[in-house]
Design a protein around this ligand. Structure first.
Ligand code: ATP
Length: 316
């Protein structure tokens, strides 16, 4: 569904250039529900804005279904935003009109495109558990309820892809969990692909896969061993698997952790490893037939100090 390769985004403001994405690679399968995590400034929102057609990439490849986001004309971009994606933000104000009812808010984007489908709008509000609040004005709804209206609005154009930027960022944890459960249900029942950008690590519990972005590149990925086993409390077993990077969250035994290797063989080595090995600038790489071993230049020989990657011979 989504395929990004060597994706670059450079922001230019006056004399300053910020490289927000530095050649990012990422694939998301159709029907997948996944989360993107990363420190502030790592490029998460930039990636989401590109995938949503709100921002143009500077270079590389960004393909969503049949759409090539780098080469798309303005007209096609408008078409893409109308038909393929639905956006959900942390800030509901961007989605909702306060003096309209929940139902009118869901009907509004339909009206803009031609005709409101009241039956479908009601179905969507029922799907997010708001069948009893359809006639309430937005100002009469709680933050969590407003966020659920936003989800219904995002679905109103029957999108194939939902992009959610910190969807649980401004609600309490119980409401956040409720919202993620709604996402999961919509993902399962409607088959919509969902990409969530978040700081909320409890999201890992609800998604098939978590990808970490560091400095504009995908660095580590956690894949749920059993994608159907949602709902278990990951915090209970969070210590059972050692994370690749000790500064990374390490989601526990239900997730398998991988370092991401790009098409040309690059990977990100966690800074803590480099610090411990006292490696900076360059290192010695050895392959013993099964493992790739990285050592500081002065420690080559019999005792390799860190194993960073294990592969079968056929991979080389
Ligand atoms: N419109 C812009 N103009 C200039 N620089 C920008 C712009 N948008 C983002 N950046 C810069 O690009 C980098 C990545 O920003 P981005 O918002 O994608 O990070 P993020 O991971 O979403 O952060 P956060 O978690 O704080 O939202 C940052 O250094 C940011 O300052």
């Amino acid at each position: 569904m989504i395929h990004c390769e060597g994706l670059v985004k450079i922001y230019k403001t006056d004399d300053i250039e910020v490289v927000a994405l530095q050649g990012l690679n990422m694939t998301v399968e159709q029907g997948e529900m996944m989360a993107i995590i990363g420190n502030s400034g790592s490029g998460k929102s930039t990636l989401l804005n590109i995938l949503g057609g709100l921002d143009r990439p500077s270079a590389g490849q960004a393909v969503v279904g049949p759409w090539n986001l780098l080469k798309m004309s303005k007209e096609h971009l408008i078409e893409y935003k109308r038909r393929t994606v639905g956006f959900i933000w942390q800030n509901n104000g961007r989605n909702l009109v306060p003096y309209l009812t929940a139902l009118q808010n869901v009907e509004l984007p339909m009206l803009i495109k031609g005709k409101a489908d009241r039956v479908y709008a009601k179905q969507l509000l029922a799907a997010v558990g708001l069948e009893h609040r359809m006639g309430s004005r937005l100002t009469q709804l709680s933050g969590g309820e407003q966020q659920r209206v936003a989800i219904a609005i995002a679905l109103s154009n029957r999108p194939l892809l939902i992009l959610a930027d910190e969807p649980t960022g401004s609600v309490d944890s119980a409401t956040g969990e409720q919202i993620l459960d709604i996402f999961r249900r919509l993902n399962r029942e409607m088959g919509v692909t969902i990409v969530i950008v978040t700081h909320d690590l409890s999201v890992a519990d609800k998604v098939d896969r978590v990808v970490a972005i560091r400095d504009g590149l995908t660095s580590t990925e956690w894949v749920k061993r059993d994608a159907d086993a949602t709902g278990a409390n990951m915090a209970d077993d969070a210590s059972s698997t050692a994370p690749i990077d000790s500064s990374s969250p390490g989601f526990g035994a239900q997730h398998e952790e991988f370092v991401v290797i790009d098409r040309v063989g690059r990977l990100q080595i966690p800074q803590v490893y480099l610090d411990e090995m006292k490696v900076s600038g360059k290192a010695v790489l050895e392959f013993d037939g099964r493992r790739v071993i990285i050592s500081p230049p002065e420690e080559t020989g019999d005792s390799p100090v860190q194993i960073v990657e294990e592969r079968s011979k056929e991979d080389f």
